[in-house]
Design a protein around this ligand. Sequence first.
Ligand code: NAD
Ligand code: IPM
Ligand code: MN
Length: 365
Amino acid sequence: SKSYNITLLPGDGIGPEVISVAKNALQLVASLEEFEVAFEEMPMGGAALDAVGVPLPDETLKSAKQSDATLLGAIGGYKWDNNAKHLKPETGLLQLRKGLQVFANLRPATVLPQLVDASTLKKEVAEGVDLMVVRELTGGIYFGKPRGFSTDENGEEIGFNTEVYATYEIDRIARIAFETARKRRGKLCSVDKANVLEASMLWRKRVTALASEYPDVELSHMYVDNAAMQLVRNPKQFDTIVTNNIFGDILSDEASMITGSIGMLPSASLGASGPGLFEPIHGSAPDIAGQDKANPLATMLSAAMLLKYGLGEEKAARRIEAAVLDTLNRGFRTGDIHSAGHKLVGCKEMGEEVLKSIDSKTPAA
Ligand code: NAD
Ligand code: IPM
Ligand code: MN
């Protein structure tokens, strides 16, 4: 039978808690769908800094490159916040994304009928929202040069970064976005700051130029400040959003709250070829770490994206997605999505309930 190698990077904070739950789910759906999974757990982020002194050990990157897909929990925490740049957990994550060349980060935000009440938006605004943020992940201000610290002509200390995009970087993420929109509802909104930033002016020019190759996709453009406002005014206007690295980071956290919690949002990071990286969009949540309070569903759904986009095991992916819905239908809620009339559970118990749902539900073929 088929066999896959999966690299697991639990990382820091709630990372290990949500990864252990998702690992069990992957194991179970693999046995039900009759394929093998072999896990290799590697240090990453603060855990790697503590163990070996760097946030992304060579062996960890090597494992991610050689496996069929990587599932990451989260990295970061107070302990390492004042580290020098190259010794920050976050730097390790950026090195991992760059090392795997996963330039396309898909972040779906779907308001589940079961969780409409968990949204901070009014029911009529939130219900039915189903959007996809396509975030550029290996370029822009996160990686642009020059960057650094220096002093200005007055001897003032300065910190500086560069927002830069090359045509090829814009074209390849735009193509992924047009193709994503084509498979969804055929609407693509490109979000930029082309009224101010040269990198955005080029972004808009290239996205507009490519649109002629996708006549079936309806393209619009929006400035990022307006997009942030429109997301909470009327999120149902959006189908697929394509944007740069930093705007995508911010808008996806904003979009997550429409769905009820950042603890619900998965992501897939994909390159032109080679293995993908799958991770919840949330961080290590140091405020609740080690307390068995984390919502593991974002990581469960990231595991489902891993199965679908990373391994092509769509049935196994659907088993996890169906089990998540079934568990919510049965009334189980972690604290972040809890409301009156539901059963408040911790991370572990939520995971166990999802496993029970996987066992008892066979999704339609
Ligand atoms: P965060 O996403 O970790 O937490 C923000 C808030 O959301 C917190 O109140 C947290 O308790 C809550 N939250 C997050 N995930 C949750 C979950 N699964 N269930 C329930 N509640 C959840 O963002 P932050 O506090 O700004 O960052 C904390 C650390 O995480 C920082 O070191 C940051 O750099 C890092 N970070 C890492 C990643 C990543 O690994 N991909 C992403 C974002 C932030
Ligand atoms: C995310 C995180 C990361 C990012 C940080 C931790 C480097 O916020 O995955 O959204 O900014 O991309
Ligand atoms: Mn983020």
